[in-house]
Design a protein around this ligand. Sequence first.
Ligand SMILES: *Cc1c(COP(=O)(O)O)cnc(C)c1O
Length: 421
Amino acid sequence: MSDATPTPKRAPVHAPMTQFPQAADGSLQIGGQSLSLLAERVGQTPFYAYDRGLLRERVAQLRAALPKQVKLHYAMKANPLPAVVGWMAGLVDGIDVASAGELQVALNAGADPVEISFAGPGKRDIELQQAVAAGVLVNVESARELPVLAAASQRYGLPARVAVRVNPDFELKGSGMKMGGGPKQFGIDTEQMPELLAEIGRLGLAFEGFHLFAGSQNLKPESICEAQQKSYELALRLAALAPSPVKFLNLGGGFGIPYFPGEQPLDLSPIGVNLQQLVERAAVDMPQAHLVIELGRYLVGEAGIYVTRIVDRKVSRGQTYLVTDGGLNHHLSASGNFGQVIRKNYPVTIVRQHGAAPVAERETASVVGPLCTPLDLLADRMDLPVAEIGDLAVVFQSGAYGASASPEHFLGHPRCVEVLV
Ligand SMILES: *Cc1c(COP(=O)(O)O)cnc(C)c1O
């Protein structure tokens, strides 16, 4: 036995939120302005703020890391705020929508219908008809969609542009949320593809390609590369059965961002190398095909914050609680109730209210929302700058799956505002 003292294990920490520099007043800076002043400008808390510059930078980083032939799509369910969708439409190559409602927002935002694709289980007939009328690409997820699309195509005298979403026979390892492999409500099982592709040919639909989406929130480049490789191989096999050449090969995405202590930002370089190989192979195997990557969270997640105001400060049996004016009702994900198995803290900080001097002391405190449920927890016993009533509690990594993914009616508190700055 060695008598050397073991190095004490340090608790894992959050990745630093360096995307928001410190403002001159000690508050953090978003969209080039101090957050404490922005809160005054917005005129209410809670609110979400998204930084346009960071969105632009993120797209530029991806463009630099991935081959230029790869098309970059924004999956707008991550953040459907019309101002965000409009801004993103000007930066990326296409928008992925998951309902006719999102389709409306994308078209209003000025997205080119040719570069819009529509995926999702349970598309209603009216939604399929709207998609054909709009001229967007429908990612077919069920054989039931085919006759509806064919009928709409005939009625409007327009081609029904279709790609097939494949439920592959593999999973994206290390994903927060698995959306392919095994039995799934998404896409068409590989085994059913020969019959479905033949039916697309018989109905004379405008076949354009394949869509594979294995899962979400992955921080392991090697598993993303493996899923992309396998997706490519599968698409290549299926292309042999397709009624016409593949024009779009959507290899999914699943790029994650660091939310929890110990998580590190995704390294894009191996993914770039892997995609370069696939681009070169596709040039030979499927010369008409464009490779597409569709990302939601990775594009918008780190550019957004959720801002609440502290309305009470309580100590209960030695534990400090900062009670805010919003929580789970606006930000279900940060409360840990949107798909997390074990609740962990998002990165959170305190910003002094406008005009208040910065505080150097820190304390351990829990940040809780105003709802009558113990689930309304934004930070569980975190090390935070000491806060007073009136100060702001800020949740980072909140640009994706925030406002639109939260039960804002629960308990009847005021709506939150969203601003793009
Ligand atoms: C949700 C979804 C996305 C976006 O996932 P992120 O984790 O936000 O990148 C992309 N494609 C499909 C088909 C989706 O359902």
